[in-house]
Design a protein around this ligand. Structure first.
Ligand code: 6CS
Ligand code: FE
Length: 302
């Protein structure tokens, strides 16, 4: 008879960021760096790198010229006119048929797709993530006047980890404002410094959650107690700026935005750059992978 001891297999993958497992909510410390290397060469200044490290967000005013913004906004108009509104990449507002988001614009042709290779964005991502980067997700959020609804508080990484299998916090978003982002048209709200905490969410991911969550997120939205604790520690700041400005924000910073009840739209491009060393695995807590137009599995450096 063999005396070899059998090592018990863990039933749950070893994971510093457990979420959606039916456990009570908790604030867990981040184990990954925010700035992943010396970050001394690149388009961002030392002050901008330090601000990103400390706050998990940095606003870069007037990165794109008015002419560049006009070209991008015209390309977006063309896309909205041409796109099949029933295509899976097109997400409608929860309470109207207005287009809320269009995913995977980087896989199309033309000026919108070109933005991916713009060194002002990709170069900043490489600088902060200290590696080559690829596009994990791209989308435009249109926030139409009167009808553009809110985005609940969330950490993007919580969704990308549980639903897409992103292993570590080595990923960031870059937004490009195509309209002025004002205090009153639903601009981004962040809790600066909250990126140092991972807030676990109790509720398991239901099947095909993305079919609801992209219109109105419910699973993966932290409980009110955890959000209150984060607010008491970190407060809330709003990221406003003229059309052409860029916001870089860490994958785990707590953020959201209010509905747009003003007459003016708030149109932003979002590009999510992930480190090529942080490619997606199997979902950490979801019954199936999400489609690749939401979570790309093509790890091609930009
Ligand atoms: O699902 C996603 O990938 C993104 N969208 C929402 C509404 N929340 C998480 C993440 O930002
Ligand atoms: Fe988000």
């Amino acid at each position: 008879m063999s005396t070899t001891a059998t090592v018990p297999r863990p039933t749950v993958r070893d994971d510093p960021y457990p979420s959606r497992r039916g456990e009570p909510p908790a604030l867990l410390p981040r184990v990954d760096p925010v700035v992943h290397g010396p970050a001394d060469a690149g388009p961002l200044t030392a002050d901008q790198v330090a601000a990103f490290d400390e706050h998990g967000v940095v606003v870069l005013p007037d990165v794109f010229s008015p002419q560049e913004v006009a070209n991008l906004d015209a390309a977006l108009d063309d896309l909205v006119r041409a796109v099949d509104p029933t295509a899976p990449e097109v997400i409608q507002e929860p309470e109207s048929e207005e287009i809320r988001s269009i995913f995977a614009f980087h896989e199309r042709r033309g000026p919108l797709a070109e933005v991916v290779r713009d060194e002002r964005l990709a170069g900043a991502a490489r600088q902060l993530l200290a590696s080559d980067v690829y596009v994990h997700q791209s989308r435009v959020n249109r926030k139409p006047g009167f009808r553009g609804k809110d985005f609940q508080w969330h950490s993007d990484f919580e969704t990308w980890h549980t639903e897409d299998g992103m292993p570590a916090m080595r990923c960031l978003s870059a937004t490009v404002a195509l309209t002025d982002n004002e205090p009153w048209n639903g601009s981004l709200l962040v809790m600066p410094g909250s990126h140092r905490w991972f807030v676990t969410c109790p509720e398991p991911t239901p099947p095909a959650n993305h079919e609801r969550s992209l219109r109105k997120q419910e699973v993966g939205v932290p409980d009110e107690g955890s959000l209150t604790r984060l607010f008491e520690q970190h407060g809330i700041e709003q990221c406003t700026g003229r059309a052409g400005s860029v916001v870089l924000f860490d994958c785990n910073v707590m953020h959201g935005s209010s509905s747009n009840i003003s007459p003016l739209p708030r149109r932003n491009l979002f590009l999510v750059f992930n480190s090529v060393e942080n490619a997606l695995e199997e979902p950490f807590s979801a019954p199936q992978r999400r489609p690749t137009h939401i979570a790309s599995r093509t790890v091609t450096p930009v």
